[in-house]
Design a protein around this ligand. Structure first.
Ligand SMILES: [Zn+2]
Length: 209
């Protein structure tokens, strides 16, 4: 057992590790942005996010919490039916870097199975809550049949900014192959996306692949 800090896996990936096991960039086509949304499904805000993406001809990737899917199975199914991707953000939103292997595998596998049973769609990505993962845990994710999804654009919507400010942060993002992390439990995110797409009709939202 090593004792690397929570963000060591992200750093390791930034340094070039984990090729094929983890994503820190989005898509490669011109104008293609990958938008990901953590912590749902949340009745109201989740549909507002899906509506905003679809109004711009795009789709999103939703990293859902298993316990919330258990409460809102129809909403998870609806996302898949509308062409969005539903992926794994753990069963209980645990800080996985603090978990032993058995508990970590339960967080990974229980939510993967639940999401697949509910939606009928394969789960292929895992986003660790808080971005917190020890380096060795990436192997466990891969062993469970998934890859780790990080991000390279983070407007920090969870800090409470309104839609206009968030849209401005997205516009100023300079990442190549943008891979955005936002949170569809927040009311601000759907309106922020609408403002962003009004100003940036060159952007096409595609799912993480
Ligand atoms: Zn989260």
């Amino acid at each position: 057992m090593n004792h690397l800090t929570d963000y060591s896996a992200l750093l390791w990936v930034r340094l070039g590790g984990g090729r094929g096991q983890a994503a820190r960039e989005g898509a490669s086509g011109p104008g293609e942005w990958v938008f990901t949304f953590d912590d749902g499904p949340e009745p109201g805000p989740t549909q507002a996010v899906a509506d905003a993406l679809e109004a711009a001809g795009g789709r999103g990737t939703f990293f859902v919490i298993g316990e919330k899917v258990r409460r809102e199975p129809a909403l998870a199914r609806e996302l898949v039916a509308r062409g969005h991707r539903v992926e794994n953000h753990s069963m209980s939103h645990a800080r996985c870097s603090r978990l032993g292997l058995k508990a970590f595998l339960a967080e990974l596998n229980d939510s993967k199975k639940l999401i697949e049973d509910v939606t009928g769609a394969e789960v292929r990505w895992f986003r660790p809550p808080f971005g917190a993962l020890r380096r060795g845990q990436v192997d466990a994710v891969v062993g469970a049949g998934m890859r780790v999804a990080f991000w390279n654009v983070n407007p920090k919507d969870w800090m409470g900014a309104g839609a206009a400010i968030l849209a401005g942060r997205l516009e100023r993002a300079r990442a190549k192959r943008p891979l955005v992390v936002m949170h569809d439990r927040l009311q601000s995110v759907g309106p922020a996306l609408r403002l962003f797409f009004e100003r940036r009709d060159d952007v096409r939202a595609v799912v993480l692949d």
